[in-house]
Design a binder for this molecule. Structure first.
Ligand SMILES: *Cc1c(COP(=O)(O)O)cnc(C)c1O
Length: 360
């Protein structure tokens, strides 16, 4: 039996989150599966979402699109990073749709039948074309299948930028005299309300059980549970320290379980002395710094509650009660970073309802 950390990935929770985000009366709810489905694994996420009725996927790179194509032969796949001469052939061969971010891209796509998206900038100043530089004639020439933009501050519902970007997007779209589906909303945009939804929404983080911001929590179901095996258990005396730098010192005699998981697995180093694991339903503080492969967990309370703790036990670093949003807040970051850092050393299992666990 492997004593590596484990991820249990809940396919039912993924589908429940998709259905919750799709309950908006839009024409289609797409799924953003860039960065290996935010670290969770496109190999199971894409087929699970296809079974749930998702027909449109977004990725960042055409290479990611190739992987999604192999998993979803008939899906529509958009690629955020655009297209140039060097990868035009790949787009054609794999039936990928570029999100065009440059005039060169638009010209290149003209007459190619690629059904691209046109990505306009409404304030992010990241990817996307400036609307003033776009001639309707050029847009028509590439026969777009989607008009899109991206919100700067959808994780802050009170930000005036949201309304501003929305009205800029609407006035550009209505100036075009074309009937093409529109898309503006990521997860945060969906939560902003119906006026942000348009025809196609593009959630990412919400599918995977996270919130756009720790302060902007919605009733997502946890998709990831993180189980770290206990490698050894020891008593430490009052005044003893645990881990590199001796940043945690026992206030009295304590019992410490050394568990296998570290920053090489994506457990952010800023979680040292800032997070709790769960064992037998009891919260157990992560004590000392996070090492590359190991952490110290204070299991004193578990012992005092009458349980024994040994090297057949597993502590849970993420589960339905210890959410990725809470972890992100404790680490001073966002759920996106916690998920996309999940490393390659896990044994990963996908759980489906009423079916045995499937190793992936
Ligand atoms: C990543 C991304 C999304 C998904 O955003 P979430 O906040 O994860 O829902 C949508 N649109 C664009 C352009 C993106 O880059």
């Amino acid at each position: 039996m492997s004593r590596r950390p484990r991820l249990l990935l809940d396919a039912e929770a993924l589908v429940a989150n998709y259905q919750l985000l799709a309950q908006t009366g839009v024409q289609a709810t797409a799924a953003v599966v860039k960065a290996n489905a935010y670290g969770l694994g496109v190999d199971w996420v894409v087929p699970t979402l296809v079974d749930a009725g998702c027909e449109i996927f977004f990725v960042a790179y055409p290479e990611e699109g190739v992987q999604v194509r192999s998993l979803a032969p008939s899906a529509v796949i958009y690629v955020f990073h655009g297209m140039d001469r060097s990868n035009l052939e790949l787009y054609r061969a794999q039936r990928l749709r570029p999100c065009l971010n440059s005039r060169e891209g638009i010209q290149l796509a003209s007459g190619e039948g690629l059904e691209p998206a046109i990505h306009v900038d409404t304030g992010m100043h990241r990817l996307g074309l400036c609307v003033e530089t776009l001639a309707e004639r050029d847009i028509r020439a590439c026969s777009p299948s989607l008009l899109m933009s991206h919100l700067v501050a959808s994780d802050q519902p009170a930000s005036p930028l949201n309304m501003l970007q929305r009205s800029m997007f609407v006035s550009w779209v209505s100036s075009l005299n074309m009937t093409v589906p529109c898309s503006l909303a990521n997860t945060g945009g969906i939560l902003l309300g119906a006026e942000y939804h348009f025809e196609i929404t593009r959630p990412g983080i919400g599918l995977y059980g996270g919130s756009p911001d720790p302060s902007c929590v919605w009733p997502a179901r946890a998709v990831v549970s993180w189980h770290a095996p206990v490698l050894m258990v020891q008593k430490v005396d009052q005044g003893a320290s645990v881990g590199y730098g001796g940043t945690w010192i026992a206030d009295r005699e304590r019992v410490i379980a050394t568990c296998a998981s570290g920053y090489a697995d994506g457990l952010l180093r800023t979680l040292g002395n800032q997070w709790c694991a769960e064992l037998h339903g009891i919260r157990c503080p992560l004590v000392g710094r996070v090492s590359m492969d190991l952490i110290g967990i204070d299991v004193t309370e578990v012992i005092e509650a009458g349980f024994s703790v040994g090297s057949t036990d597993w502590v849970e670093l993420l589960n339905a009660r210890h959410s990725v949003d809470a972890m992100a807040a404790a680490a001073g970051t966002i759920a996106y970073e916690c998920l996309t850092r999940l490393g390659p050393r896990f044994d990963r299992f996908v759980t489906h309802s009423n079916q045995p666990m499937e190793s992936v």
